[in-house]
Design a protein around this ligand. Structure first.
Ligand SMILES: Nc1nc2c(c(=O)[nH]1)N[C@H]1C(S)=C(S)[C@@H](COP(=O)(O)O)O[C@H]1N2
Ligand SMILES: [Mo]
Length: 496
């Protein structure tokens, strides 16, 4: 039989703690951007089952509001990095999850290769009555006996089994069920968790379960024999000197604390660098799924959400206001750049280019969702019309809204977004002119907006005023490929 406390358990236990803390804190950052939990993908304001915010916005609110107003600035002590940085929080979340899973894989390989699984996986139902008996013993302030020939008592074994073989995979599965690319390509998968909001709620409850386990786990170590337990899990040797083990263990915890402080400080101080460095590890994975997953969404009319949040205040320029007053009759959309046939199209002409309608689910990066029907021109038809040159790699959508005027908070410049040309060819990538059978309402992007159903909402530029095909987006704005990427440090990759 394998040793009760092999060295690889000590190492993976430490790494697991480090990455789980990163995951929990960056996960809370993500939650802070939309501190509400729902069971339904319509997210009707006021119908959340949990709310971690005092702010109240109703669909009948008298003041216009945008979903970004619902975001909370959480303290960097709990959230990574805190202070309304969902873009960076997500970067940390997706970076750490890769290493957390890697740690888990190494651990599981060792568990099965060495036969350690005998200590973790109950092979008889008697584990349940035995565990109840164990818990009863604890409640009498006594320590239950270990299973003969094994390192743990029954309740402990059962708890570890549940955490390792049920809770950890559950968090991975519910996490994947929140990716817009995955949801768009495999709508059935989302349904397993009652949609994205179900997955989001369950993922949060999984975090709570991890937290509860950690508290119990640590208190159990404290009620057991601390020096001996420390020697086992820190030095992989129950017979080692307990005091040494406690000192080394505390040094390890201190190291984790220091690393977290440095990571948090660096992320807040050097936001662009953090965005770039973590992007190197996160974006390739996103690119792979964005390239290979096409949206296969097909919702029914009765799935259309009664209420659809708005993100971003409408343009305030007189130019736009004049156009709107005139029912956008004077609107024309220039499409140019690296193309063979640059054009400028009125709404009438645009309608003539193609016609496509789809009922799909919108995923805002903040976390809310809503279903609507969108009608308009497939971007693929636009591509056929203007014929981009070989050198054209990205499509830039420029918008009418100057965020310095509509949003403030020290931000500036006109909203814009870019997507790789292959995303524009996706059958559900369209220039929408209609929402739910009506001309686009002002707040949802009239007269023309982008819809890309495998991506997060921030990629779908509203109030489009011009389209350009370019080789690279480095010279546009601050060079990150979009206004939110530039100014809010969102990942350019938006399929997850
Ligand atoms: N021009 C412009 N387009 C924009 C935004 C914006 O602020 N300005 N916000 C984006 C974000 S973050 C989201 S989630 C969606 C929201 O679309 P909706 O307001 O129709 O719900 O629009 C995207 N397109
Ligand atoms: Mo968004």
């Amino acid at each position: 039989m394998p040793a009760f406390f092999p060295w690889w358990v000590a190492v993976t236990h430490f790494l697991n703690l480090f990455f789980l803390l990163l995951l929990a804190r960056s996960g809370l950052e993500v939650l802070s951007a939309f501190p509400k939990l729902y069971w339904y993908d319509d997210c009707p304001p006021g119908r959340e089952w949990a709310r971690f915010s005092k702010k109240m916005y109703g669909k009948d609110s008298r003041k216009p509001w945008s979903s970004l107003d619902e975001e909370e600035a959480w303290n960097p002590v709990v959230a990574l990095p805190g202070k309304k940085n969902i873009g960076l929080g997500r970067h940390w979340h997706f970076m750490s999850v890769q290493f957390w899973i890697l740690t888990g894989v190494v651990y599981l390989v060792m568990v099965f290769a060495t036969g350690y699984w005998h200590y973790l996986i109950p092979t008889h139902w008697s584990i349940i009555p035995d565990s109840i008996k164990s818990i009863g013993t604890y409640l009498h302030f006594q320590i239950p006996p270990k299973i003969p020939g094994e390192p743990f008592e029954p309740a402990q074994k059962l708890a570890y089994f549940v955490i390792i073989f049920l809770l950890a995979p559950f968090q991975i599965l519910t996490g994947a069920a929140m990716s817009p690319s995955v949801l768009a390509r495999f709508p059935w998968y989302g349904k397993l968790f009652h949609g994205k909001q179900g997955a989001r709620s369950l993922h949060f409850l999984g975090l709570v379960a991890f937290a509860v386990f950690t508290v119990i786990h640590v208190s159990m170590v404290l009620v057991h024999d601390v020096p001996r337990e420390a020697a086992s899990i820190v030095l992989a040797n129950p017979e080692a000197n307990g005091t040494t083990a406690i000192i080394i263990g505390c040094a390890g915890l201190f190291l984790i604390l220091v690393l977290h402080v440095i990571i948090t400080w660096f992320s807040l101080r050097y936001r662009r660098r953090t965005q770039r460095l973590l992007g190197i590890m996160v974006n390739p994975f996103e690119r792979a799924i964005s390239k290979s997953f096409l949206s296969r969404q097909r919702f029914r009319s009765r799935d259309i959400s009664p209420y659809f949040r708005v993100n971003g205040y409408p343009p305030t320029s007189t130019e736009y206001e004049h156009l709107a007053q005139d029912g956008f009759n004077g609107y024309s959309l220039p499409i140019g750049g690296l193309v063979r046939h640059p054009v400028s199209l009125s709404l009438e002409q645009l309608r003539g280019v193609g016609d496509h309608s789809q009922i799909t689910k919108h995923n805002c990066i903040q976390g809310w969702t809503a279903v609507a029907q969108w009608g308009g021109v497939p971007l693929a038809s636009i591509i056929d019309l203007v014929e981009p040159l070989e050198s054209a790699k990205h499509v830039v959508f420029y918008a009418f809204d100057d965020k310095g005027l509509t949003e403030g908070e020290g931000r500036y410049g006109f909203f814009y977004g870019t997507i790789p040309v292959h995303l524009a060819r996706n059958p559900q990538s369209i220039l929408a002119l209609e929402m739910n059978g009506e001309p686009l309402p002002i707040e949802h992007g009239a007269p023309v907006r982008v819809r890309l159903e495998t991506q997060l909402g921030f990629k779908m530029v509203k109030w489009v005023c011009a389209i350009e095909f370019v080789e690279d987006y480095k010279d546009i704005g601050q060079g990150q490929g979009g206004w939110r990427e530039d100014q809010q440090f969102y990942a350019n990759a938006a399929g997850i």
